[in-house]
Design a protein around this ligand. Structure first.
Ligand SMILES: Cc1cc2nc3c(=O)[nH]c(=O)nc-3n(C[C@H](O)[C@H](O)[C@H](O)COP(=O)(O)O)c2cc1C
Ligand code: SF4
Ligand code: SF4
Length: 254
């Protein structure tokens, strides 16, 4: 089983490509926590890095996973450039649960947070061809169940960036807000938020459990979700080219 956490589809696209090769299924992390995975013999975790660390939501959800201690567990980070401590953090969290991570790697993909800094993530699609070989390597390593930890070492700079204090600051910086003048109450953001943190009545309302993943901002058809009061520009909204909006919509809770 390949478990993923994905706001704009990069992690889902990588998870799917691995799953095709390993003949596995892909399951969102938010659903995987509700399953008993103790009979799975191979488990992949594919999630982005946020602020040089694993997204806070991924850390909380991985704590709840019920995994087989004998399983071949691997971690892949599709990120803009820096995986930071995102592998180290989850590896150590799993170790405390008696689970060893056998393999890890990162792959560079468009940085969906570039939009917050006035840049266009779509200008970074060149990374798909530039780093295609990396994905091929990852897939063949995982199929062969090789054991090697890439990018899994602890970095003090990433640690400083990823402390709770810094992450809270980053969360505040990246946390989106709804521009009510633009919102038409279509409900897309509600269905795409992996934290189930948005409720739409006549207008969208963002709750307190935001992990600043920017899924809502990139998916809103009216560009009504903004960060720092700056207008969201349609051309800078991003979704992985191989992923459709419907692939990112939450399935009903069961
Ligand atoms: C809040 C936030 C923080 C991010 N921080 C980093 C980072 O520290 N390093 C990095 O390389 N990419 C960073 N990114 C970019 C994402 O890791 C990257 O775009 C990833 O592929 C998104 O995955 P997804 O499309 O599956 O959601 C950040 C993105 C967000 C939303
Ligand atoms: S996706 Fe945009 S327009 Fe639709 S409800 Fe959410 S904020 Fe409003
Ligand atoms: S409110 Fe938006 S940014 Fe926050 S967790 Fe939900 S989708 Fe992500």
């Amino acid at each position: 089983m390949i478990i993923y956490f994905s706001a704009t589809g990069n992690s889902l696209a990588v998870a799917r490509q691995i799953a095709i090769a390993t003949n596995d299924i892909t399951v969102p992390l938010t659903e995987a926590v509700r399953k008993d995975l103790s009979t799975e013999h191979r488990v992949g975790l594919v999630y982005p890095s946020y602020d040089f660390n694993a997204p806070p939501a991924v850390r909380t959800l991985v704590e709840r996973l019920k995994l087989n201690p004998q399983a071949y567990v691997f971690i892949i980070i599709p990120c803009g450039a820096q995986a930071g401590n995102s592998i180290w953090t989850i590896r150590h969290l799993l170790q405390k649960k008696g689970i060893e991570v056998s393999y890890s790697h990162k792959i560079r993909v468009p940085d969906n947070s570039a939009i917050v800094f006035g840049r266009n993530p779509n200008d970074q699609v060149w990374k798909f061809t530039r780093f295609a070989n990396r994905l091929t390597t990852i897939i063949s390593d995982v199929v062969a169940e090789r054991k090697y930890l890439h990018f899994a070492w602890w970095s003090p700079i990433s640690w400083i960036m990823g402390t709770n204090h810094m992450q809270q600051w980053m969360l505040r910086t990246f946390r989106p807000a709804v521009n009510e003048d633009k919102c038409i109450g279509c409900g897309t953001c509600e269905r795409v938020c992996p934290m189930r943190n948005i409720a739409v009545d006549e207008k969208a309302g963002i709750g307190p459990h935001c992990t600043a993943c920017l899924a809502c901002l990139h998916a809103c058809p009216q560009q009504a979700i903004e960060v720092g009061g700056k207008p969201t520009i349609k051309e800078r909204q991003y979704r992985n080219p191989n992923i459709k909006l419907k692939d990112l919509l939450l399935r009903e809770a069961h």
